[in-house]
Design a protein around this ligand. Structure first.
Ligand code: SF4
Length: 362
């Protein structure tokens, strides 16, 4: 079947060739592990069960995960193996399954989720399903899913903050997400997948693929990177980014509604919109925040990521080759407060390469 899953609409057969995302039909995973560096209401105390998919339908020149998004490292696997990874993360105590850069694998992900959730529906009866497994997982303490050495040439932006500053409204939920904090040894009984599923996306999703996921995703975690077509074309190779991402975000909100939290402050349903502030482009940030404020309910959760550090092709770039100034940081956080937005703001001082997952180690 021809692939038109995402807004690129390559219209190619991914069994025979690869489109813009650089991936064939089968899911390719670069890493799966318990991850402590998301927002506190996602990471909690035991970690978010992140599954990093290889390839990407954007080509951001400042990508922190460029080894897997552009370099294509990772392991190709079956639907059954992917479902096995979801279940193994749950067994390890993950608060949720966090699908990172999933847009180009939506059909496979949907199938794997259905399989993992239905794994033992008919247990004890004739014809019951086998538990999905990922071979090679269980004999190691961590998840052996990164295979290719990574060369970093410059400091990278952390995937998510060491510290959060609640700017206006009280930051809802969760414990400290300090990466140094030990993850408690917590293993659950094997059971069908019943923890929330997080769709952690760059925002460049098509309405058709999101409709395919309706009812399968509990929490949407989309980026809203830019408003201007010129900027999105220059930095991510997608002139229509805002047109597609804004429609996708409205559809995501339609599906999951306002955020819900459990008694310990973990998010169980809803949406957090993320925005990375780029140096020299605070005007874009102000427009993004205004769009959110004007088009979504006031208490929507927004995560303002303010600790940009040059990475990948942004090293030495005339505009993106530096971090934010204090003035830029204060300008965007002031706007966040002025609009009365709710959510999280990264502490500008906490930028460090230590927060980048090492794809050699796990
Ligand atoms: S997922 Fe998107 S980028 Fe990848 S082949 Fe399909 S349409 Fe093209």
């Amino acid at each position: 079947m021809k692939c038109n899953i995402c807004p690129r609409e390559c219209d190619i057969d991914r069994e025979k060739s690869k489109g813009f995302c650089g991936m064939g039909e089968k899911p390719v995973v670069a890493r799966a592990s318990l991850h402590m560096w998301e927002e506190p209401c996602i990471s909690g105390t035991r970690g978010s069960g992140t599954v990093f998919f290889s390839g990407c339908n954007l080509k951001c020149i400042f990508c922190q995960n460029h080894e897997i998004s552009h370099g294509g490292i990772g392991k190709e696997m079956s639907i059954m193996e992917l479902a096995g990874i979801f279940l193994s993360l749950q067994d390890k105590g993950a608060h949720n399954i966090n699908l990172v850069t999933p847009s180009h694998f939506v059909p496979a992900i949907k199938e794997a989720l259905d399989l993992a959730r239905a794994a033992w529906e008919t247990e004890g009866h004739e014809g019951r399903r086998e538990r999905p497994e990922y071979e090679g997982w269980r004999d190691k303490s961590s998840v052996p899913l990164a295979f290719v050495p990574v060369q970093r040439t410059c400091p990278s932006v952390p995937p998510f903050p060491a510290t959060f500053v609640p700017p206006v409204s009280v930051q809802r939920g969760g414990q400290s997400n300090c990466p140094a904090a030990p993850v408690p040894n917590f293993v659950t009984q094997p059971r069908p997948l019943d923890i929330p599923v997080v769709y952690n996306t760059n925002g460049y999703d098509s309405l058709n693929s999101l409709k395919m996921l309706d009812g399968s995703i509990d929490i949407y975690l989309p980026d809203l990177k830019y408003i201007s077509p010129e900027v999105s074309k220059e930095y991510s190779g997608a002139k229509d980014y805002f047109d597609k991402a804004s429609k996708a975000i409205l559809e995501m909100h339609r599906q999951v509604g306002m955020s819900e939290f459990d008694e310990s402050g973990l998010m169980t349903r809803g949406m957090i919109i993320r925005h990375l502030v780029l140096p020299g482009h605070t005007a874009e940030t102000l427009r993004v925040l205004e769009w959110i404020s004007e088009n979504l309910p006031k208490d929507i959760n927004v995560s303002l990521m303010s600790q940009y550090t040059p990475c990948y092709k942004a090293c030495g770039h005339p505009v993106l080759g530096r971090g934010l100034t204090r003035y830029e940081y204060e300008k965007v956080t002031y706007k966040f407060a002025k609009l009365g937005l709710n959510g999280f703001v990264q502490d500008r001082e906490s930028a460090s390469e230590q927060y980048i997952p090492d794809f050699n180690q796990e």
